[in-house]
Ligand binder design. Structure first.
Ligand SMILES: *Cc1c(COP(=O)(O)O)cnc(C)c1O
Length: 426
């Protein structure tokens, strides 16, 4: 019956607000109070001093992270956007250099490149895990290419081994953005730690958070030192520290405070079980949705674990003729919140369409060190564009704290809409 669907005035399935995801508890509260009582909310000094590397909690959190993520060096920063800026500056990028990047991610992944007047070159994703497609990268490499910047989007690792092979062949650096993939594994190795430099976000929406914050990880001593300099007004200390490589060491304050690090120490202890719960929810959803005709469930490639920042579904357009927007509206009408159509492809943002980042005259694209052949036209990343335009349905698990009863309700919404799909056809 057409009117059965809430979209057509029927009774909706989810009548309450699903509980908001919240990982903060008593442990964080106690930890914060301790820092407040000490009065020392940050101990960073922007000159060459022992405190150049921050206070007690910064160091303790960095040490704990190094152990948890199994890497040699950790540098905390005040956001993962700042972290990306540090990472790109640290690999010695020059204005006009090109970095190959995915269009299917949060915009900071690409704009961090522009902050060094370097040029993002978008390369398409593969349609299974929505990460950079290694097969399409080599055709984007030019003499200006210096790095590949891949994301582990939604919580599934990119094909890091294949990307590293390409990086090695062309002497490029590989940077990974694992903002959405903390605490998962790719063939037994912690996701985000195999690239030259990687890291995680600690913003409010991520698996664990400190309000705002970011974690840089690397096994490279030189990259680590350069990131520490970029984080904290490095130009003031290079002489005392005897640093010879001065490029890109240019006045920033990307320091994370003691309160955030005290929270981070507690949050890190919870990460494993928080990721495990997401995996349980995903398994439950997979089981409940597997028989819905034309609905393609998230894929986990062999050897990987998935953090499910987002539970990414697709429509099989050969089997379903109903417009994706109508399906999303029908699900939303049933009371299901947190649905979306995935990332607006970054290359299609006005910033790139107008090629204006600094001032109004097209800089840095207009610079004489920049290639004239950089295209951001619709069509350069057909898979990512198709996902956003037609196929992809995101269920943003990161927003909700779902108990088993809630998951049943989520499944009921999908089943009801699927039972009535024939009524939604145009
Ligand atoms: C959250 C996020 C960022 C930005 O992190 P912030 O800590 O908010 O600056 C970058 N990339 C991806 C993929 C993200 O999910």
């Amino acid at each position: 019956m057409r009117k059965d669907l809430a979209l057509f005035g029927g009774e909706k399935i989810i009548k309450k607000n699903l509980e908001k995801y919240n990982s903060i508890g008593m442990e964080e509260s106690i930890a914060v109070q301790k820092v407040i009582d000490s009065g020392e909310l940050s101990r960073f000094l922007g000159c060459w001093d022992d405190d150049f590397y921050g206070g007690k909690y910064v160091r303790e959190f960095e040490k704990d992270c190094a152990e948890f993520f199994n890497v040699k060096h950790v540098v905390t920063v005040n956001s993962w956007t700042s972290g990306l800026v540090c990472a790109i500056g640290a690999i010695g990028i020059e204005p006009g250099d090109e970095i190959i990047v995915t269009p299917w991610t949060m915009c900071a992944t690409a704009t961090a490149i522009l902050h060094w007047n370097a040029i993002p070159v978008f390369s398409d994703i593969e349609p299974e895990t929505f990460n950079l497609d290694p097969k399409k990268i080599e055709q984007k490499i030019t003499k200006r290419t210096k790095a590949i910047l891949a994301a582990d989007i939604f919580g599934h690792s990119c094909e890091v081994k294949k990307l590293l092979e390409i990086a090695e062949k062309y002497s490029l650096k590989l940077i990974t953005d694992s903002a959405q993939a903390p605490g998962v594994f790719n063939n037994g190795i912690v996701t985000g730690t195999e690239s030259h430099v990687g890291g995680y976000s600690l913003n409010y929406h991520k698996h664990i958070h400190t309000g705002e914050g970011g974690i840089l990880v690397t096994n490279d001593d030189n990259i680590c030192e350069r990131m520490q300099l970029i984080r904290n007004h490095g130009e003031a200390v290079v002489e005392s520290k005897g640093v010879k490589n001065l490029n890109n060491i240019l006045g920033h304050n990307f320091r994370l405070g003691e309160i955030e690090c005290a929270i981070g120490i507690q949050q890190l202890k919870k990460l494993k079980s928080l990721v495990k719960r997401r995996q349980e929810i995903a398994a439950y959803l997979n089981e409940g949705l597997k028989d819905l005709e034309g609905l393609i469930l998230p894929k986990v490639l062999k050897g990987n674990t998935h953090a499910y920042y987002c539970y990414g579904l697709k429509l099989d357009l050969n089997k379903i003729s109903v417009n994706r927007e109508i399906i999303i509206s029908a699900l939303e009408a049933e009371g299901l919140k947190g649905l979306g159509n995935g990332y607006a492809n970054i290359h299609l943002l006005p910033l790139f369409q107008k090629k204006i980042a600094y001032g109004n005259k097209g800089f840095p694209w207009s610079s004489d060190v920049t290639s004239n052949f950089i295209s951001y036209s619709k069509g350069i990343c057909p898979v990512a564009e198709r996902m956003h335009d037609k196929e992809f349905i995101a269920f943003e698990m990161c927003l909700h704290q779902l108990n088993d009863e809630d998951i049943e309700l989520v499944l009921k919404c999908f089943k009801k809409v699927w039972d009535n799909l024939h009524l939604l056809s145009n």
